[in-house]
Each structure stands twice: as structure tokens, then as C-alpha cells.
Design a protein around this ligand. Sequence first.
Ligand code: MG
Length: 385
Amino acid sequence: MKITSVKTAASTGHCMHLWVKVETDAGITGIGECVHGGHPAIAIINELAPKLVGLDPFEIDKIFEDTRRSLVFEGGFAGAFITALTGIEIALWDLKGKALGVPIYDLMGGKFRDKIKVYADCEVSPGLNFDETKRVVNGILERGFKALKIDLDIFAYGHIGSETEHYVKDRFNMTPTGWEHDRMVKLAEMVVEAAGPDVEVATDLHTRLDKHSAIRLARDLEPLKLMWLEEPIPPENIDTMREITAATSTPICAGENLYLRHGFRELIEKHAVDIIMPDIPKCGGLSECRKIANMAEIYSMPFAPHNVSSPIGTMASAHVCATIPNFLVLEFHWTERDYWTTIIKENRDIIKDGFIEMSDAPGIGLELDEEVAKKYQYPGTTWFE
Ligand code: MG
């Protein structure tokens, strides 16, 4: 079997969802999804496509590594280039599974579990009182989720509002005022209380704080026994992240903006975080993220992938989560999009009672409904041309 074409299309959602279609001379097609590569990823795939024609689509790791190494000077370490390769890689896994009539997890060593636990990203905007917060949390719990995540940083929703403006320093200073610190603690307390003892709560800071403020906050949150506190500081300084992690029993989590095993190595080796969260359809794809998870496992570190993808990328991520021992929980970020269920031909919610059940359908196990996806075509893009 040989690759005959590699084509792209893109839909709107959580930014751009880039679809990659790989076609073969055997008439078998694979679909992949990648995120946060934007228009540069489309341009990169279009440039790579002619070089992929004629290759054996079963040699997935070789195609990935060959392409990456041949273009190291063009950015083969991180960013849109890796995301573009990720979209191709996921499409190749889908294709190989379909060609052999087996699900991807079976090609990756088999399942550790049949169901993948999912947490819902939950929009508790600043300024809500307890009753309003409880209403938002209940909306998530009514959908069956047993875990959720909230944004603690006041800038997560853009404008902070004139009534609170004077309590906050500025967007660039990373030391919060006492008011802002107390607000974060109170918000987390309200959500944990509203969620109840059977629901796990994670929190995200989107790199809002500096070191001492992060340690103070993480310690004040300790009684809540959070699932984690995410990206308290920018992830670039691994030693500083390690100091925060060592100073608190609140689990620290990071990794959504890192790429490849190389990007995670130091974070893992230095125990700079308690939990790692690669974005699988962004940072290197299924093979690479299995390897990242395996690296983390030998350092007693759980794997909780970041995920903003459609059902296609989410299910592709679930295949990795099924095949590693140290899987913790997978993100779901499409609560507000009603095309979550209609963008796949199966026309169903792949999440039931807070879990994704792994099926034995070949490849990823879902088909993109191109007609629906095209209704949300990303401005300025072409459609599988
Ligand atoms: Mg995050």
C-alpha cells in the first residue's frame, strides 16, 4: 500500500481544528486531527504532502522521525511543525487500524482499561456567588461527569470588569493582591463544596503567578485536596516549577505547551511537577505521547492529557490513555458546542456518565461527518483540496 495524497481542511471550535486526510492506492483513508497549529500547520502539511506520496503508510514512526529529522533546521523540535506532523501521524494510525480491521489500542499493545475517565472544563466566571456557582457545577454533574476543572486566574475570561479592576495590579505583574489571592481560594472552596465529596476538582492558573505567590496559593488550597493546580507559573523555568511542587501537597500539573519527549524530559526527570499533561493532538501524536507517558511512569507520575479537540482527536487521545498504566483522567473542552455529537457520523456523545468507552471499531473508531464539519469551516482555509 502506498500513500497517494495528504489533504487538509479546518473547522472552528476551540481555535482551529485541522483535519488531515491521508489517502492510499488501496482506497483506504485515514483521518487525523491536530490543534493549535493554525494556518502555519496547514502550510507545512501542504509542503510535506508531495514528499509523503509513495511511502508505506504502515511505517508511521519512521515517517514521523524521518520527516522531523530532515527538517530540524525548519523547527523540528516544537511548535506548528510538530503539530502538523502530529495531524499526519494520527491519520496514519487511523488508516493502519482500518486497513488491518483493528482499533489503534490493539496496535499499541492492547488496553489496560475499557473506559477512559473524562473531566469537564467548567466555566465559573469571576464574580459568581455560591448559588450561581452551584448552578454551573450542577449543569456539569447532571451530564454525568465525576471530575471537573475551573480557571482560577482572574484573566481567564478576558476583561475583569470595572468593579474589580482596582483590586488587581496589572496583567503583566505576576504577584496578585491580597484580594486576588483570597478570591482564588474562595472560588476553589465554593466549587469543591458545590461539587461534593464524590467529584474531583482540578484548577488552572494559566501561568498567572510568580514563585512565592504560587507556593502561598498552593498551600492555602491544600485542605481542598484538589486533583491538581495547573501551570501556576510559566512552564519555561523547570527549576522554579520544581520548587513550587516540592513546597506543597497540592499536586502541580503542567505540560500543555510542551512538545515531544525532549520537551518533557527535564520536567519529568527533575520531578518538577506531580502530573504531566501533554496535548496529544498537538505535541507529537500517539506514538510520541505513549513514550512520554512511559517516561513519566518510571518516575511515579500520572498522565492527564490536555484536550480541546473534537470527538476525533479526543478519541485518538483515548486510545493512548487506554494503553498506558499511569493514565489519570482526560480533558473535555466542548461543553458549549452543540456540534460535539453531530460532527461525527456516529451522531452520539462519545462520553457517557463521565467516561469514554473504548469500542472495537477499527482505527480511531469514529468518522468525521464532513458535511457538518464544513458548516464550521475555518475562515481563510480550503477544504480537502
Ligand atoms: Mg491549562
